[in-house]
Structure formats: structure tokens, C-alpha cells
Ligand binder design. Structure first.
Ligand SMILES: Nc1nc2c(ncn2[C@@H]2O[C@H](COP(=O)(O)OP(=O)(O)O)[C@@H](O)[C@H]2O)c(=O)[nH]1
Ligand SMILES: [Mg+2]
Length: 462
């Protein structure tokens, strides 16, 4: 996610960080690079213009080029401005005071409405203790109703449908009534999308909206379409005013233009982001955490939340204690793989951590691989598990034979372990703290950036 933008900005900050004292020209050139990076990320040009002007103004006001830690102040200001570009905080859903909360999903075909409808139900059920129900109003696309029923069943939420021979407005009204009678406290209505906005679709949405009076109209936008998503939002808002955005497919969005522009251009906040096809890949959107990710500082807070959901407390505490003593063994490695597996996709987790080397980012793990790692680790002696340097060729051979894997698999595991150990060391350096399960207690502040700089005070904390 946002790799291109991240790389560009990181490069700019690295250049700045390598200078002892910043001249006015240094600052000018940094601003120019930030401007270019944002434009290349497909951020709306008016948004970029205002953004750079604001950063510049703040820099001049703070007279940072006279200060010693100018590069860090620039990062701090850019960070704060990125946050304010995307909103002032998490923008919550409106929950009904009496009766069920009704959510109407809108968006173009293929934007991810149906998938997101199920993801949202799952999130509200698991994180907010709600009892959601879904209503299938896409009567145009073949198999659309079946699709919603399938994903609804996967997340364990009832789906109300009347087939595709009924007027969607009638289905919506009926579905809301039925679901309410059956005890749902959140009702999410999935609607049809077209390949592009057309009059009929808009008229139908307006009619559904009028009929069921939703507490939230959420526009689902495909992040990968960049500025196109922003213009879709503008056009939707002219016909069917909406309350907030769910930005999907961020996992495939290297640029970030939609995420950074949509709030400024339409005035409507992003409420949720979807980061994958799996039904648990939906998150509340936090502008500050997103800014951290964009600046390559990771998103330690989200990581901590995920960790808290996945880890047993004493398990994590135990691991922490050993890591603090500088003991990172193969047993820990195996345990960590298992813990991370419970948190979701490995790649998704690494994206939340600051300063991960590319070799580690590229490791992908699944259950089969965990079983393999386990077999290999179990074939090691206690000494070998604590000290990989001990494991020479002969020992590798023995471990390979003992575990029923070839020596290449053993070599690869040892290499990955070494990299992981180095990463742990790097992250513990400079008083850096790690999230639970990774060896830290609160994960706030003191994080070492890949370019060797330390996160300015308070930046990692909120
Ligand atoms: N990679 C990725 N794919 C997604 C995401 N959300 C939806 N999709 C995929 O996008 C496609 C269209 O989704 P669907 O829910 O049918 O869109 P709809 O036409 O708006 O209802 C499906 O293949 C989904 O699996 C996401 O966050 N990441
Ligand atoms: Mg659909």
C-alpha cells in the first residue's frame, strides 16, 4: 500500500536527515520533492497546492531552518498536515437511538460493495457486539444475490432477499421491516452498481434512500482508480448525498491519491478502509495512523490492536521478557510466526511495522509453512535453537533428514531467522519499543526509522 509515495517521501527525508544544518534552499528543494511525490501519487493538484503552501507557511513560521532538528520538524509538520488532509479523527457511524441502525451502501459496479457489506457486518458484529442483517437489492447483476448470500453466510449474518423479480425499493423496505422484526440492530442494504453513473441508478438509489431513511449512506470507492474515485464521489454527492466513504482495495493501491484527496475535495470523511479480499480485511479509518503508514513510520497502534485481539496476554509477556534480555531463539521465531498468523496476513502485519527490510517483507507464510518451520525447529537441539551460528553444514544435513525436509528448506529458515533477529536488534536499538508480542510494552514513540532517524517525540504516540 502506498509504496511509491512512501519511497519518494522517505528519500526526501533521508536527504534532509543527512544534512547537519538546513539552508533555505534545502527546504525549498524538499518542498518541491514533496509536491512531486504527491502529484505522482495521483493526489488532486489543488489539494497538493494547498498542502505544500500550508507546510511552507508553517515551516517559515517556525523558523525551523535555524533549528538543529529541522529535518524532524519537517517530517512532523508533513505528518500533521497529512493527518488533517484526511480528517480530524476517526469518523464514526451514526447509530440510531431507537430501532435498528440502517446503512445504505452505494457505489459503482466492481467497487467492492457486496464484499464490503459482509465485511462491515462482520466488523460490527465482532468489534461492536452488534446483531447485523443484510438486504440484497442488486436485482440486475446475475448472481449478485447469491454472492451476498454466500458472503453473508461466511460471516454468520442473515441475508434478506426476494429474488431478482421484485423492485429494489420494495425489497429494501420489506428487508428492513423483516430484519427489524427478527431482532437485527444494524441493517445493511447492498445495492446495484453500474459501470458508470447513470440516471436510472441514481433515481433508484434516491428512491431507496427515501423509502428506508438510512442513518448512514456509505459510498464504496475503489482506491485503485485514484482521481477517478474522487470524481465519482463528487458526482454521487450531487445526486445522492452520502455521509462517508469506504475506500476499498487499498492493498493494491501503490499511490494513495484517492485516500489523500477524497476528504478535501468532497468534504466527506473516509470511515472505513478495506485492505484485501478476505472478509476480515476491513478497518476503521484513522487519519493519523494512515499518515504514519504513508511516511513509512508504520502503524503501531493498529498493530497493537490486532495483537491484543490475537495474543494471549501471558504468552506475549513471556516473549517480551526474553526479547528484552536479548534472547531471540528459534522457539521464539516459531511462536511469533504462529502469533502473527492469528493476526491476519503476514504481509498485512509487516506493512504496519516501521523500518522492515525488504527481505523480511517478502516472506509469506501460510499454515503449511508453519508446519514446516515447526518440523525443522523440532529437529534442532536445544543449543542449536538458541544459537544459529552453531548450525554448520553437517548439522543442517542432520536437521534436514530429521525433519523430513531438504537442506534448502533448512538453509532458508536459518536465513530468515537471522534476518528476523537482526530486525529485532535494530528495533530495540535507541530505546525503541516494540508492540506486544514483538517485545515492547506499549509500542509508543522512540521508533527507529529505516533511514537511521528516530521518530520525533510524540509522533509515534497519540
Ligand atoms: N484486493 C482487494 N479486492 C477487493 C477488495 N474489496 C473487494 N475486492 C474485490 O473486488 C471485486 C468486486 O467486489 P464486489 O463486492 O463484487 O463489488 P460490487 O460490484 O461493488 O458489489 C471482487 O473480486 C472482490 O473480491 C479489497 O479491499 N481488496
Ligand atoms: Mg455487488
Amino acid at each position: 500500500m502506498f509504496d511509491t509515495l512512501q519511497e519518494k517521501l522517505e528519500g526526501t527525508f533521508r536527504t534532509l536527515g543527512s544534512k547537519g544544518r538546513l539552508t533555505e534552499a534545502d527546504v525549498e528543494s524538499a518542498l518541491r520533492e514533496i509536491r512531486l511525490a504527491l502529484l505522482e501519487a495521483d493526489v488532486n493538484f489543488k489539494v497538493v497546492k494547498t498542502f505544500v503552501a500550508t507546510v511552507k507557511e508553517r515551516l517559515e513560521g517556525a523558523e525551523v531552518h535555524k533549528a538543529l532538528d529541522a529535518p524532524q520538524q519537517i517530517i512532523k509538520i508533513v505528518n500533521e498536515e497529512l493527518v488533517s488532509l484526511m480528517g480530524t479523527g476517526q469518523s464514526p457511524l451514526t447509530f440510531s437511538q431507537r430501532g435498528p441502525t440502517i446503512i445504505l451502501m452505494a457505489g459503482l459496479q466492481g467497487s467492492g460493495k457486496t464484499t464490503t457489506t459482509a465485511k462491515l457486518a462482520k466488523l460490527l458484529k465482532e468489534q461492536d457486539g452488534k446483531t447485523p442483517a443484510l438486504v440484497a437489492c442488486d436485482v440486475y447483476r446475475p448472481a449478485a444475490i447469491e454472492q451476498l448470500k454466500t458472503v453473508g453466510a461466511q460471516v454468520g449474518v442473515p441475508v434478506y432477499d426476494q429474488g431478482d423479480g421484485v423492485d429494489p425499493v420494495k425489497i429494501a423496505e420489506w428487508g428492513v421491516k423483516e430484519a427489524t422484526a427478527n431482532g437485527a440492530d444494524v441493517i445493511i442494504v447492498d445495492t446495484a452498481g453500474r459501470l458508470d453513473i447513470d440516471e436510472k441508478l441514481m433515481a433508484e438509489l434516491v428512491a431507496i434512500k427515501k423509502a428506508i431513511k438510512p442513518h448512514n449512506v456509505l459510498l464504496v470507492l475503489d482506491a485503485m482508480t485514484g482521481q477517478e474515485a474522487v470524481s465519482v464521489a463528487t458526482r454521487f454527492d450531487e445526486s445522492v448525498s452520502f455521509d462517508g466513504v469506504i475506500l476499498t482495495k487499498l492493498d493494491g493501491d501503490a499511490r494513495g491519491g484517492a485516500a489523500l484527496s477524497v476528504k478535501s475535495v468532497t468534504g466527506k470523511p473516509i470511515k472505513f478502509v478495506a485492505l484485501g479480499e478476505q472478509l476480515d480485511a476491513l478497518e476503521y479509518f484513522h487519519p493519523d495512523r494512515m499518515a504514519s503508514r504513508i511516511l513509512g513510520m508504520g502503524d503501531v497502534l493498529t498493530l497493537i490492536e490486532k495483537a491484543e485481539q490475537a495474543f494471549e496476554e501471558d504468552e506475549a509477556a513471556d516473549m517480551e521478557a526474553r526479547l528484552k534480555k536479548g534472547q531471540f531463539t528459534f522457539d521464539d521465531f516459531l511462536k511469533q510466526m504462529k502469533m502473527m498468523r492469528r493476526m491476519g496476513s503476514f504481509k498485512g502485519i509487516l506493512a504496519l511495522l516501521p523500518g522492515i527490510p525488504k527481505e523480511i517483507r517478502d516472506i509469506d507464510i501460510d499454515e503449511k509453512q508453519i508446519a514446516r518451520i515447526e518440523a525443522i525447529v523440532l529437529s534442532m537441539t536445544k543449543e542449536e535453537r538458541g544459537n544459529p551460528d552453531l548450525i554448520d553444514h553437517q548439522r543442517r544435513r542432520r536437521i534436514a533428514d530429521g525433519s523430513g525436509h531438504d537442506i534448502a528448506a533448512v538453509n532458508q529458515l536459518i536465513k530468515q531467522f537471522d534476518q528476523m533477529r537482526k530486525m529485532m536488534k535494530m528495533m530495540m536499538k535507541g530505546g525503541g519499543k516494540l508492540p506486544p508480542g514483538f517485545g515492547g510494552d506499549d509500542g509508543a514513540g522512540g521508533i527507529q526509522l529505516p533511514n537511521g532517524m528516530q521518530l520525533p517525540g510524540g509522533l509515534g504516540k497519540r
